[in-house]
Design a protein around this ligand. Structure first.
Ligand code: GDP
Ligand code: MN
Length: 377
């Protein structure tokens, strides 16, 4: 689960990590009401779940209240990497002497949380990792000990030289780690962490992701959830026992089993197509799930063809076929559908589908090629 920057800033504040004051606003009217009449330097920031807002024009400075209102008007409703900006954060801007990066992430290789830091702040860390990976300092943290003060100072010493700045940065790292552990994060980044001309170290941006599997015990975090359309669909799917992840392509996939779902997406890619989603209806023979899955796929405006790929084991193909027929009776659609059923009760399943008048193919690669062809019509 992701939260917005303004929410991350609140958590930072609660943990004693210095952040400039700010107000989140949903409309220009709200901006007019919420911010003081004082003319001072502010920064107006789009609140969307993607990085690189600055480059996309979603972060702008304003010298007066009138300017802040103008910038908010420009940014609200803007589209950043496919997401519509519904909220802006209007924060007190600070002067920057230098920008740094610090972050924590779950690392599978070291089986621990890894602290990352870099003097190349401000730019996206993925970019630094690509161009100059040696500029990222990494330190795995022993989960039984936590991040100890000396470790935090050791990292801080590689970014700052003045003792007072090292102390400020080290304290921020320790607090960030505490917040990370307390709230079951999977990622927490401050980028940029800045040094101001008056030698204060503070966080100007915050990105936090949380482990979905821990949300059952993180009620306060769950209460912060704000979802966009795609995320809402994913959550709806989870509630219905489906694993669904929205992607960027145009071929809807309905598959049983995560491995087969991955293979199906690979197959579509191999033949030059682009999957719209990952969708695993799971291992059971539940016709209701097929109906739910078809509802999700067919209501998606990007889907131009659907590829159904079922390998029956515990899942019985005739159950899937019945679910499919029920779904298509309920949802009338012009979207072409290609079906491949194989394994348990495939023969019975295929008969149901043939009687219904839908095309079937016998192999995965045929199904992928056909779906791509149909999506282009
Ligand atoms: P991102 O592009 O989505 O990561 O958004 P950020 O919040 O990191 O802002 C992008 C950039 O805008 C930062 O790296 C800074 O250079 C600049 N910026 C953000 N806040 C301030 C501020 O208060 N003062 C100044 N001078 N620049 C800022
Ligand atoms: Mn940033």
């Amino acid at each position: 689960m992701k939260i917005h920057e303004y929410q991350a800033r609140k958590l930072f504040s609660k943990y004693g990590i210095p952040v400039p004051e700010g107000e989140v606003c949903r409309s220009v009217d709200e901006v007019k009401k919420k911010i003081s009449d004082e003319d001072k330097l502010r920064v107006v920031k789009a609140q969307v779940h993607v990085g690189g807002r600055g480059k996309a024009g979603g972060v702008k400075l304003a010298k007066t209240k009138a300017e802040a209102i103008e910038r908010a008007e420009e940014i609200l409703g803007m589209n950043i990497k496919g997401l519509t900006v519904e909220k802006v954060l209007i924060a007190e801007a600070v002067d920057i002497e230098k920008e740094f990066y610090v972050g924590l992430i779950n690392d599978r290789n070291t089986k621990s949380v890894v602290l990352m830091a870099s003097a190349e702040g401000g730019v996206e860390i993925e970019e630094v990792a690509r161009v100059s990976p040696e500029k990222i300092i990494k330190m795995p943290i022993d989960p039984t000990m936590g991040l100890m003060d000396w470790q935090a100072r050791k990292i801080a010493l590689q970014l700052f030289s003045e003792p007072s700045q090292v102390r400020q940065a080290a304290a921020i790292l320790v607090k960030l780690y505490q917040l990370y552990v307390d709230t079951d994060c999977s990622l927490a980044e401050i980028n940029p962490l800045v040094l101001t001309p008056d030698k204060k170290v503070m966080a100007l941006d915050g990105k936090m992701n949380f482990d979905d599997n821990a949300l059952f015990r993180q009620h306060k975090i769950l209460d912060m959830r704000e979802v966009n359309e795609d995320e809402a669909k994913e959550i709806e799917a989870t509630a219905k026992g489906l694993s669904y992840i929205k992607l960027e392509g145009n071929i809807g996939c309905m598959v049983n089993g995560a491995g087969l779902a991955m293979a199906t997406m690979d197959m579509i890619k191999l033949y030059g197509g682009d999957p719209d989603n990952f969708l695993d209806i799971g291992g059971s023979s539940n016709a209701k799930k097929v109906v739910d899955a078809m509802n999700i796929l067919l209501s998606d405006k990007n889907v131009e063809a659907v590829m159904i790929n079922i390998f029956g084991g515990i899942t019985r193909c005739d159950d899937v076929a019945r679910g499919l027929v029920t779904a298509l009776d309920e949802i009338k659609t012009d979207i072409p559908i290609v079906i491949r059923l194989s394994g348990t009760n495939a023969k019975e399943g295929l008969e149901i589908i043939k009687d219904y008048g839908l095309p079937t193919v016998s192999t995965m690669s045929e199904a992928a090629k056909k779906a791509i062809e149909l999506s282009k019509k």
